[in-house]
Design a protein. Structure first.
Lengths: 207, 207
DNA sequence: GTAGCTTTGTGAAACATTTCACAATGCTAG
DNA sequence: CTAGCATTGTGAAATGTTTCACAAAGCTAC
């Protein structure tokens, strides 16, 4: 498949969210313009984004909401569940595990690791926290698809190396640094300090 | 000032982090290549990013670490502190407030709001949680620069409207929807489900 | 002072993404 | 069946971002 821009994938994900909302309201059909208005983009952008994957609408009419929902599930790979391992059971980590929304969308936390003996053995969102020393032993059994990394920055890279070695291909990284991984591993980094600094920049340099 | 790409601002923020680390190690001077290697980009990109704001290096030698740190602080608007209001004192919200890193970087939480009577009156990170009904009264006194919005999606837009009406110009949004705000207000949205879906896409469509 | 080495700063080229604009299509009404 | 309207799908144009490549500059050694 032709290379798709990350920005396109993210927008598709947004469209899907809106479409599910429309579907819940019993709306049958929607135009690219209406979808765009809801997602802060333009109708041409919506049509172009979808056109990379096929032709889902009817000219003159728009898109069938249920059909497009189904198509986007297919495109985004959401027709199956994903097994997620959490490394770091601190405040952010536990907030993620206990978030109902992820499970509803097919992301199941199947293993949780921490270094702190006070946390090991306790249950979070129905999963028992294991010693991060057991990472290899446990993940070999568990077969996680995605790792969520919420460790202190000092150990993030070495944990990432171990995850890569275990065959993990997708990492969601909350540690405030740039992970170095092989090209076939996808990392998405969420860096909150960086978001705040981008806001500070806009306050300091209003257009 | 000429319009600077968001991607450039974000990279500058990353460079600053690495530079502070180098500074802590007593390193005096660094080349664009060394900075790039650390940040997953290229030396040309580093030089181009900096060139939008001036000329900070010495040919043949590189950049003085302390000087560049200082320059980036200036550029990013980090020479002063920012007053941050948190709306939503749930798990993610409290994890943010109690994070030492933000305060260290000059982002001070000065007000916290929630709807839940069980939370109102309790202190989080040294700040007392107020009833979100008091938003207007309290923020008029407090003069926050930045709002961090961690409410359920149903109320996020209406709270955002109230914040905009209070004169807030920068919002960091964790609610999983697209906020509609006037053009002079900057919103950065952190949508974790969307990040996971982007990872799912890459698992479903490996290149 | 000069040669040799290194590294910046920056136009220009290459590449990527978004927007435009319009032919093609399908629906509705009469 | 035809006219009129709405809306898609998509090349082409416009715009935005990254990479290239090289002259300019500064340091070191002698």
């Amino acid at each position: 498949m032709r290379k798709i821009a990350d920005s396109t994938v993210r927008r598709l994900s947004l469209y899907l969210r809106f479409l599910e909302e429309f579907e819940g309201q019993g709306i049958e059909t929607i135009s690219s313009g209406a979808l765009a208005g809801r997602g802060g983009t333009t109708s041409a952008q919506v049509r172009k984004d979808l056109s990379f994957f096929g032709s889902f609408g009817k000219r003159g009419l728009g898109y069938s909401v249920p059909e497009l929902v189904q198509a986007l599930h297919q495109i985004l790979g959401l027709t199956r569940h994903y097994r997620v391992a959490l490394i770091g059971a601190g405040k952010i980590g536990s907030a993620l595990v206990e978030n109902r929304g992820f499970r509803r969308r097919g992301f199941d936390f199947v293993a949780i690791f921490d270094r702190d003996p006070a946390k090991i053995g306790r249950a979070l969102g129905g999963v028992q926290v294991e010693d991060v020393a057991q990472l290899e032993a446990s993940l070999t059994r568990t077969h996680a698809d995605i790792a969520v990394l919420v460790t202190p920055p000092e150990v993030a890279q070495s944990v990432a190396d171990r995850l890569v070695h275990l065959g993990i291909k997708s990492i969601l990284n909350f540690a405030p640094l740039q992970l170095v991984v092989p090209a076939n591993v996808t990392v998405k980094t969420v860096n909150l300090a960086l978001e705040l600094e981008a806001l500070a920049y806009h306050l300091a340099n209003p257009n």
